[in-house]
Design a protein around this ligand. Sequence first.
Ligand SMILES: [Zn+2]
Ligand SMILES: [Zn+2]
Ligand SMILES: [Zn+2]
Length: 326
Amino acid sequence: MSVLDRSSMFRDKKVSYLLNKFISGVINEIAPTLDPLLGPRYAVIEDLLGIDGGEEAYEFLEQLADAQILTRKFYEKVLLCPRCHSFHIIPRFRCVYCGSRNIDKSALIEHKTCGYLGEEEAFIHGEKLICPNCGAELSKQGEDFRRLGIWYYCKECKRRFDHPKEVFLCPSCSYEFTLENALWRDAYAYTLNPDVYDEFAQFSLNLTPIERALKRVGFSVEFFGSITGRSGVVHEFTIVGRRENQQVLVLDIETSPSGEVSIEEIVKFVAKIVDTTPNISVLIAMPSVSDFARRFAKEQKIVLIEAKSVEEASQKLWVNLLASYG
Ligand SMILES: [Zn+2]
Ligand SMILES: [Zn+2]
Ligand SMILES: [Zn+2]
């Protein structure tokens, strides 16, 4: 993922909010809590996204990890129901011979005091362990008695075995599955990729010349501001500027690693301004656009600024604004 691709993620209000928390030291690591019903949960991200459980927080974090903005650190291995993907699963133990769940475990007990050796069952009297040979109460394991190995027995088929068959039940969809069939997932804790500190700081700083140019002609500047369109949809812009006389300016920055910002990006911007009807719409395309896109922007009355750097863009913006407000 290139610096330019990442910077397009930095423009997301929620991403930039989160990165600021990391950079200011409020957050050092995003680790999950393990919810017995809902699996790994990330409270910080759920708050940020305004959700209560579900996969969205995980997907948000994974997207940032894929972009190498966050770094994954193994935290826990969790199992999911292979049928309905529920995290809420219950272990079940079955007889290896007949499959019954009506099994118990037992051990051989040696009563050191009298030397008697017998099955644990024979010692059990309510809460107590009483030696069936000498009648004494057993007090402390390791001192007057010891257990010599554990085995399991089935109350249905009366057979014994070393290990019961372990399976899992999903109460949500009543499906029983084995460990081999379970879905395995790594739950991660996430930290900020150290490379991103500088990059993000650079990105935030980079907008300062643009902010300055706008302020010089009387606009207040809101970064990552949003405007509700006539359709009711909330649109986000890199900058929303406002002037005393109710004038609204919106500004987006589009970057392209391949050299030309695609027409699709410009169409998306146009769709936002058609809905929000600002007085001035500025699109900064870095580094350039195609001839076709340039003509299209002109038809749509967009102030299109092509520049190789934010510095260059702010110069051009300044000249353009001066013509209108100077
Ligand atoms: Zn299930
Ligand atoms: Zn059995
Ligand atoms: Zn005894």
